[in-house]
Design a protein around this ligand. Structure first.
Ligand code: ZN
Length: 274
């Protein structure tokens, strides 16, 4: 963290210098042609003084055909639960219709989870940049959304990664509550009890929207009910951080297909995932 903090200071000075040069020369056009300059930082949680929680879902790219947990999506939609979805670039390209559907839900926020889901801390800055930029381009092309948040695969990050993400206009968002849902042995009961017990004001909870989350959909209704009963409000990451909520992502693009997508994702209680 110290390295990241030192880096933040360095970048702040750099931003200040750019601003001073800019003001002096009155050259502003080029600034708008590049991603927004943001301070590199890692977000773990939001304010602790408001009873708001961001539940987030990763869609990790796989070397095999990616999948979406349709039952889980249906639960979120049926209960109108705002959520931030960190999508892998390959995951999006594997199933563009599903990605467009997710982006068309006005209370879902789309974010970047790298392209191939590699161990980014073992890669060079140039390769990291390619991974993140490729994912950003895939998400933009398919959904019409330009993500502003990035989550590192496997929870692995360092100053270089956070630096590269920021240079692409992405704030790195990790979490303060790992649900444990990738663990197949984590039963629905254990999963829901863990999340309900550990969640607190400002928490960012990580779960999975692909089939790596074995019991996530099974546990989610109880988690929603219990946390709402405790007075918590579910919000997206941008809402949690009190940043402007982006315009409904890709609405113009997705609206035409909306009626086609809902039946694809609508499952009866007895449907089975394949
Ligand atoms: Zn992942």
């Amino acid at each position: 963290m110290c390295a990241v903090r030192r880096w933040q200071i360095r970048l702040s000075l750099a931003v200040l210098c750019v601003a001073m040069i800019d003001a002096a020369s009155a050259v502003t056009l080029e600034v708008h042609a590049t991603p927004p300059v943001i301070v590199p930082q890692v977000i773990y949680n939001g304010p602790r003084d408001e009873k708001r929680i961001a539940i987030t879902f990763d869609a990790c790219s796989s070397i095999h055909m990616s999948q979406v947990d349709k039952k889980l999506v249906q639960i979120l939609v049926d209960n109108h639960i705002p959520a931030t979805l960190f999508l892998g670039g390959k995951w999006v390209l594997d199933q563009p219709k599903e990605a467009r559907y997710l982006a068309s839900i006005p209370y879902f926020e789309i974010a970047n989870h790298s392209f191939h889901h590699p161990h980014l801390t073992r890669m060079s800055a140039a390769d990291i940049r390619h991974e993140l930029a490729e994912a950003q381009a895939a998400i933009e092309r398919v959904t019409g959304v330009t993500p502003r948040y990035f989550r590192a695969p496997y929870g692995e990050y360092n100053a270089t990664l956070v630096d590269v993400a920021a240079s692409l206009g992405l704030t790195t968002v990790q979490f303060d509550l790992a649900s444990g849902d990738p663990d197949k042995s984590f039963t629905a009961e254990r999963l829901s009890k863990w999340v309900i017990h550990k969640a607190r004001s400002g928490s960012i909870v990580v779960m999975h929207i692909n089939t790596h989350g074995w019991h996530t959909a099974e546990a989610l209704p109880e988690i929603i009910t219990a946390l709402r009963a405790k007075g918590y409000q579910f919000v997206t990451v941008s809402e949690l951080l009190n940043e402007p909520f982006p315009a409904p992502p890709g609405m113009a693009l997705a609206r035409n297909e909306h009626h086609l997508q809902i039946p694809v994702l609508h499952l009866t209680p007895h449907s089975h995932l394949h």
